[in-house]
Design a protein around this ligand. Structure first.
Ligand code: FAD
Ligand code: FO1
Length: 462
C-alpha cells in the first residue's frame, strides 16, 4: 500500500479556485505537528509525486497565540524539533517563519519556493481560519485543506451545529467504516527529489512569550510524538482496563492524559482510536474511551466550525442564555476576582486543589474540569464574566488549552451547550448543577486534595 492510493479525497477540500502549477509542494503545518499518521502530509506527498516536484514543510510561528505561554511553546517546539528530524530522514525539510502567517506564508511560497500547491491541515478556530482566508487569496496556486485531526472530516460529519452527542453520534458511526481505516505503510515516501534547507535553531527563535504565568511549574508531561506513543502504550497497558467504571475518579489513574499530544497534533486521534480498538481491553472500556476520543472530541470541532461565537455567551443556546439572564441578579454567596481564582484563593479546598493541579501540571482531571467551570459560574458577578475567566485560565495554564474541546467543555459547563435544562436553582437557573458532595459520592475528595496540596508536585504522579 502506498500513500498515493490511500488518501480519501473527501478528507481534502480546496480553499481557493487556483490551479496546481509546476513548483514545490508546501505543507503548511499548523494543528497536526507530526510526521506519522498525518493525512495532510500524505496528501502533500501525493501532490508532490503528481507534480513531480519536491515537498517541504513550513510552520508559521504566530507570535502570541491565543494566550499561550512559555509552557505551551516549550511543549510545541520540542515536539516540532522531533518532527523536523523525522521529516529530514524522509528527505523533507521543515522551515519556521516568524510573523503574521497571512503575510509570511504566501511571501515564502512565492519568493523562496515558487510553490506549485500548498496543503494545510484543518482547524475550526477563527484565528487559523482567518490566516487561511488571506493565504488562499495571496497565493498564485491552489491551497488545499486536509482534515488530519478528525477521524471523520468535520465538514462531512455534519454541515450544521449539532444539538448534542446523541445527534452527531449516528452520523459519525455511519461514516466510521470508511474513515477509521489503517494508515498506509510505509507512510510518506516517493517525493521525487529533496530540497536543501537549513535546520531550524529552535532555541534562537524569537517572537513568542518567554514568560511562564506565575506559580507555573516546569514539571510537565514530556512532549513529542515518541513520548505520546509511550503514554498511549502505558495507558493501554494500565489505565484503559478501568476506563468505563473509574474514569471519573481523579485518583484512579484510569484516564489517558493524551489531550496535550492530541491538541498539538503530536498524536493522531485516528491512530489512538485504532490502537485502543485493537487492544485486548474489555469492550466496555474500549467503547467508553472511543466515545470520548471520537464522538465528544469531534462534536467539539463541529460546534466551533459551525458557530463563530464558540467562546462567547451570546453563541450559546437560547434556553441557556435566557435562564442565566433570569438569574443575573441572584445573590452570589461568594464572589472572586480572576486573580483570586488564578491563585486558588477560594473558600473551597476542592476547587483550590483542582486549580492547583492545573497550574502545577498543566492538566486537570476531566471530571473536575466540569466542577471547576461550574463553580466559576456560581462565584462570578455574571455568566459573561464567568465564561471569560474560565477561558482565560484554561488557555493560560492547560497544556491542551486553546482547543475546540476547551471552548466546548466550558460552554457545556457554564452555558448548557449540548445539554438540556435541569431543575431551576439560584444563579445557575436551569443549567446543570454540581457540588462538592456530589464529587464526594464519586471519589475520595480528601485524598485528591491532599495529593494536590500537602504532597506538592512530587505526589501528583498518577
Ligand atoms: P481521556 O478521558 O483519556 O479521553 C481521551 C481523549 O478524548 C481526550 O484526550 C480528548 O481528546 C477526548 N475527550 C475526553 N473527554 C472529552 C470531552 N468532554 N470533550 C471532548 N473531548 C474529550 N479538552 C481539551 O482537549 N482541551 C481543553 O482545553 C479542555 N478544556 C475543558 C474545559 C472544561 C471546563 C471541560 C468540562 C472539559 C474540557 N476538556 C478539554 C475536555 C476533557 O475534559 C479533556 O479532553 C480530558 O479531560 C483530557 O484528559 P485525558 O486526555 O486524560 O482524557
Ligand atoms: N499553530 C500555528 O500554526 N502557529 C503557531 O504559532 C501556533 C502556536 C500555538 C501555541 C499554543 C497552542 O496551544 C497551539 C498553537 N498552534 C500554533 C497550534 C494550532 O494552531 C492550534 O492548536 C489549533 O488551531 C487548534 O485548533
Amino acid at each position: 500500500m502506498d500513500a498515493h492510493h490511500q488518501v480519501d479525497l473527501r478528507r481534502t477540500r480546496r480553499l481557493n479556485a487556483k490551479p496546481d502549477r509546476p513548483g514545490t509542494v508546501v505543507y503548511w503545518m499548523s494543528r497536526d505537528q507530526r510526521s506519522m499518521h498525518n493525512w495532510a502530509l500524505l496528501f502533500a506527498c501525493m501532490k508532490s509525486n503528481e507534480l513531480g516536484r519536491p515537498l517541504e514543510v513550513v510552520f508559521t510561528l504566530a507570535g502570541s497565540f491565543l494566550g499561550a505561554s512559555r509552557r505551551h511553546y516549550d511543549f510545541m517546539f520540542k515536539g516540532l524539533a522531533e518532527t523536523e528530524s523525522a521529516l529530514r530522514r524522509l528527505g523533507i525539510p521543515l522551515t519556521v517563519l516568524t510573523g503574521d502567517p497571512g503575510v509570511t506564508l504566501p511571501a515564502y511560497a512565492i519568493e523562496q519556493t515558487g510553490a506549485g500547491a500548498v496543503v494545510t491541515d484543518f482547524s475550526p478556530l477563527r484565528l487559523p481560519r482567518s490566516w487561511k482566508t488571506r493565504v488562499a487569496e495571496a497565493l498564485p496556486c491552489a491551497l488545499y485543506e486536509v482534515d488530519a485531526h478528525n477521524i471523520v472530516p468535520a465538514w462531512l460529519a455534519s454541515t450544521k451545529q449539532e444539538y448534542a452527542a446523541r445527534t452527531i453520534r449516528p452520523k459519525l458511526h455511519a461514516l466510521a467504516p470508511a474513515f477509521l481505516t489503517p494508515f498506509p505503510e510505509p507512510e510518506a515516501r516517493f517525493q521525487p527529489s529533496a530540497i536543501d534547507r537549513p535546520p531550524v535553531h529552535w532555541e534562537q527563535l524569537g517572537g513568542w512569550p518567554r514568560q511562564d504565568p506565575p506559580d507555573g511549574s516546569s514539571d510537565l508531561l514530556l512532549p513529542g510524538q515518541q513520548a505520546g506513543e509511550e503514554r498511549l502504550r502505558q495507558f493501554i497497558g494500565q489505565g484503559l482496563e478501568g476506563y468505563a467504571v473509574r474514569r471519573n475518579d481523579p485518583n484512579s489513574g484510569c484516564v489517558s492524559r493524551l489531550s496535550p499530544y492530541l491538541h498539538f497534533g503530536q498524536l493522531s486521534a485516528q491512530h489512538v482510536a485504532l490502537s485502543v480498538a485493537g487492544s485486548p481491553a474489555a469492550a466496555e472500556n474500549r467503547e467508553a474511551f472511543i466515545e470520548e476520543l471520537f464522538i465528544r472530541r469531534e462534536l467539539a470541532d463541529n460546534f466551533c466550525l459551525n458557530n463563530d461565537r464558540y467562546d462567547h455567551l451570546d453563541g450559546m443556546p437560547e434556553w441557556a442564555r435566557s435562564t442565566l439572564a433570569n438569574h443575573g441578579q441572584d445573590r452570589r454567596e461568594h464572589l472572586y476576582t480572576v486573580e483570586q481564582f488564578e491563585h486558588a484563593e477560594t473558600h473551597d479546598p476542592l476547587w483550590n486543589a483542582a486549580q492547583t493541579e492545573l497550574v502545577r501540571t498543566g492538566l486537570m482531571h476531566g471530571y473536575l474540569r466540569m466542577y471547576w467551570a461550574k463553580k466559576i459560574l456560581e462565584w462570578s458577578p455574571s455568566p459573561t464574566s464567568a465564561f471569560e475567566i474560565a477561558i482565560v485560565l484554561n488557555d493560560r495554564y492547560a497544556l491542551d488549552g486553546r482547543d475546540p474541546n476547551g471552548y466546548t467543555g466550558i460552554a457545556w459547563s457554564i452555558a448548557g451547550l449540548h445539554d438540556r435544562p435541569w431543575f431551576e436553582r439560584p444563579v445557575y437557573g436551569k443549567i446543570r448543577y454540581m457540588n462538592a458532595s456530589g464529587c464526594a459520592r464519586k471519589f475520595d475528595v480528601v485524598r485528591y486534595i491532599r495529593r494536590m496540596t500537602d504532597l506538592g508536585l512530587a505526589g501528583i504522579g498518577w
